[in-house]
Structures are given as structure tokens and as C-alpha cells.
Design a protein around this ligand. Sequence first.
Ligand SMILES: C[S@@+](CC[C@H](N)C(=O)[O-])C[C@H]1O[C@@H](n2cnc3c(N)ncnc32)[C@H](O)[C@@H]1O
Ligand SMILES: [Zn+2]
Length: 429
Amino acid sequence: MLSLHPKTLFPSSPFHLTHRALNPNPNPRFPHRKAVVKTNHCKAEYTTERGLQFETGESFFRHESATGRDLGVLAAALYKREKGQLRVLDAMCGCGVRSLRYLVEAEADFVVANDANDNYRRVILQNLRLVESGEGDERRWVVTHSDANRILTEHYLHNDFLDFIDVDSFGSDSMYLRSAICALRWDGLLYITSTDGFSSGGHRPECSLAAYGAYIRQMPYPNEIGLRMLIGGAVREASVLGYHVTPLFSYYAYHGPIFRVLLQVNRGKLSDKRHYGFVSYCHGCGNSQAYTWEELGQMNCPCSYQKGPRSLVVSGPLWTGPLHSANYLKEMLDLAETWGWTGKGTGTELHKLLSRMVEESDPKLPPGYINMDEMASRAKINSPSLETMMGTLRKEGYAASRTQIASNAFKTDCPMSECIRIAKDLKCC
Ligand SMILES: C[S@@+](CC[C@H](N)C(=O)[O-])C[C@H]1O[C@@H](n2cnc3c(N)ncnc32)[C@H](O)[C@@H]1O
Ligand SMILES: [Zn+2]
């Protein structure tokens, strides 16, 4: 395994950065394409994402992760616009496609493209060649092959803090959280991942406890729990260091499954400790509820008098606050529109996703969602349409939105028993 000498990585003066606007508006018409290109030496397989061509070689690469990459690039570009600088560490870069996109699309001043597997070196270098690497203070990028924790810690030890850290791991990112938070500037952005669907599904609570400090039980919205578990793990790690995190967006993708969260990291304690607590689900009546630490020992569901106290399962501690910042998502959406990433035939999915996330950001909406099928089965009716159900909930003064995670489900602050009553009324039962 090749690891760069720190001097190569950390020249004595800070990196100053040339700014090259290389393709600010890459061809939006062809988000992803594959082509086989014959060179003089060999046959290489090229892929295109948002108009940028790159090689994947033998590296781990998924087309389906393009949306996660789009979201990261939009966030990085917004950071650059706001702060006027952007230094990125792509800690698990695979073939380097993210690094390339951070350089070209987000106009990063400097990117460290790191992957522990040095067999990917040729392909990463090949892909980043599109951007002149520069030298000394003008350096735009370097390729390294360290363990992620090692390179993050090296940056911290050299006071060489980053603006944006992307950790795109398999399994759980939890072991990288502390070193990533240490290596980040205050107010910097941390883009983390979990692909641990077993833990979020409540199938191995001991593992989620070890990784994220959260004991996760089976609940009917495991993929939202996966996001909350990941944010909660970061809340805990940040608080050890005297920091707090704010989720700017939380994204779930079914392939993998993949849980991705963008966090802003700042000094000081969590401003609202109500946002790090517990979620209960009652198997008896289907109701979900969030609890604070002060309410531990008082968890109860009104139905438990009839169905018995064992009907309640509790997961936590995890993040119980909003999954996203609506204002931030609107800025992302505006930028995506400006770049032509959301128009018809080019990225309607991205538009739909960001719009749905904005809807979900309503702070009145508690953790969890209600599946229409579960509600209909408890009500013993055919379910009304999702739109009708949400419209009626809103008319009755409740908050309601769709969820990016499940198509036939809604989020609401209305208890399940009331939802059942409303659904029955709608069906004239
Ligand atoms: C999910 S893939 C990355 C995909 C890439 N970010 C993309 O968007 O196409 C995870 C990568 O992490 C690398 N990796 C695994 N463990 C690592 C570690 N401890 N430190 C650094 N890289 C690691 C693997 O070699 C693999 O390329
Ligand atoms: Zn109950």
C-alpha cells in the first residue's frame, strides 16, 4: 500500500488555490452514459455522469449512486459560493468520480482523492487528468492511498483543516466520524454514509449500539430510522469533542440500501437537546411517539391498558429533530435548476427528490411515517388515496407530507387512532 510522505501532502504553506472554472454547466442532457473507447494501448470503458467522462476500471462504482454524488456536489458548490473557498477530502474515492466532480462542478480549490486501495491509482489519476494538478501553492489535487482514519488524523495533526469531507464507505461510517469531525473546519460540511440496513431494520441492535450508541428495534419505518441513527451517531461523536452537528439534508436510496447525511459541524453544545432522544412504536395501536431523556421511564401508550405494556418498542438514542433544512434544500434546488439538472428528461427525479425533502422538513412533523397499507389494515377498510388523506389531515389542522423514503406513506403529527378515524370517515364507514 502506498502512502504519501506528509511533506508531499502538507507543503509548508497552506494550499492556495487557483481557480479554474472548467465546465460550470456540464451537459445536463446525458446524466449517465457508458462508452467503450479504444486508445492506442488498450480498450478502456468510459462512463459519463452529468457530462463528465471518466473511467471506472476495476474500482467499486455504482451508477445508482449518481444522485448521492449530485447532492454532494450541489452542497459543495453552495459552500464555495458562500465562503469563497472549498478544500475537499474525498476519503473513499473509488475511481475518483466524486473528486473530479468536486473539482469541475463545485469548483473546489483543492481536493484530496484518497482510497485505501492503491490498485485504483492509475484510474484515479487518469480521471483527474482533466483538471491540471498544479504545483506547490497552486496545487489543485493529490491522490493518496491511506486508511481514511489515518489521512483524516494527519490533516488534523497538521492543522490542515478541510471545508468538506466526504466519507463514502461500505457498512458503517461510525469509526471515521471522530477523526472526520476533528479534521473539519468549524462550520464545515461532513457528508457521511451508512449502508447498514440490518441495523436500521432492528435486526441487530447490539451492532447499532456498538456503532452508533443506539439500540434499534424493528419499526415500520426502518429507513428513516437508518438516517436518524446515523445523525444520532454523529451528534454523540461531535458532543464528545464539544461540537454539535446540524443535518442539512438526509437522503435514503434503496440500492444498498444507502443512508447519506450532510451535516454542518459547529462548536458548542446541541442547541435543542429535544432533538436527540428516543422513538417508540406501539404494536398494539400503531402509534409512534418521540421522547426526550427526561421522559425516560414515562413511556406509555394509552392503548397499553387494553393490549398490555409489551406492545411498546423503543429505539434510541437517535436524532429526533428535522431531517433537513428547508432553506438549504431550496438553495440546492435553485442551483440544480440553474445548472439544468432538473428539467424535463434531464433530472426530474432530482427535482422530485429535493421537493419532497423540502416538504418533509416541516419541524412539526415527528419521526416516522404511516404506511397507507398498515393504516387501512388497522381500520379494516380499503385505503383512501394518499392525496385525499393528506388533504383531510391538513384541513383538520395537522401537519402532513409525503416522505422521500416510501411512496405509499405519509408523515404527520396526527396519532394513528385519529388517522384511522379520518380514513374511515373518508370511506364513509
Ligand atoms: C463505496 S466505494 C466508494 C465509491 C466512490 N466514492 C464513488 O462515488 O464511486 C468505497 C471505497 O472505499 C475504499 N475503502 C474501504 N475501506 C477504506 C478505508 N478504511 N480507508 C480508505 N478507503 C477505504 C474502497 O477501496 C472503495 O473504493
Ligand atoms: Zn398503543
